[in-house]
Design a protein around this ligand. Sequence first.
Ligand code: ADP
Length: 167
Amino acid sequence: MLKVVCEDITKLKVDAIVNAANKSLLGGGGVDGAIHKAAGALLLQACKQLNGCQTGQAKITHGYNLPAKYIIHTVGPIYRFHDQAEDEQLLRYCYRNSLDLAKKYNLKTIAFSSISTGVYGYPKKEAAQIAVSTCKKWLADNGNLLEITFCVFDKENLNIYRQLLEK
Ligand code: ADP
């Protein structure tokens, strides 16, 4: 199942939330900063043990003070840092690798932040098309194993996802 909510992702009570992290995994601004603030200092300690993360890859930690049990940290592409096909593929990898990790941990519910659409500059509509199509395909390939929520933070993105999910 796929759905969209417009909320602060740190408030969601799901098995895992997906953080739009940077390669260092040591925190930053945007949703990453909000997650570190809400999860508490133990998250930074855990992230320090992970040795960073490459673009398109995903790593997992506990959720600490969050209502979510786990945090999956994925690093989205910086828009136009690579050529378009590569940007697109890296963003797909973020979603696919996060879902594979959730499956490996036997999770049932996962909420994605809108990866790369803040400071990393990915156009919201293009990013949403990639997010929805990648998750749909993954669910079809994996027997609808997970309940997937897209957690957006503004009206524009909410409308984009609503339109895509109606199809
Ligand atoms: P990136 O560096 O991958 O672009 P950002 O954190 O700058 O990551 O932005 C990713 C998306 O997260 C943006 O669409 C932004 O509106 C959204 N966002 C920011 N704070 C929150 C939050 N607390 N909960 C959910 N989404 C958020």
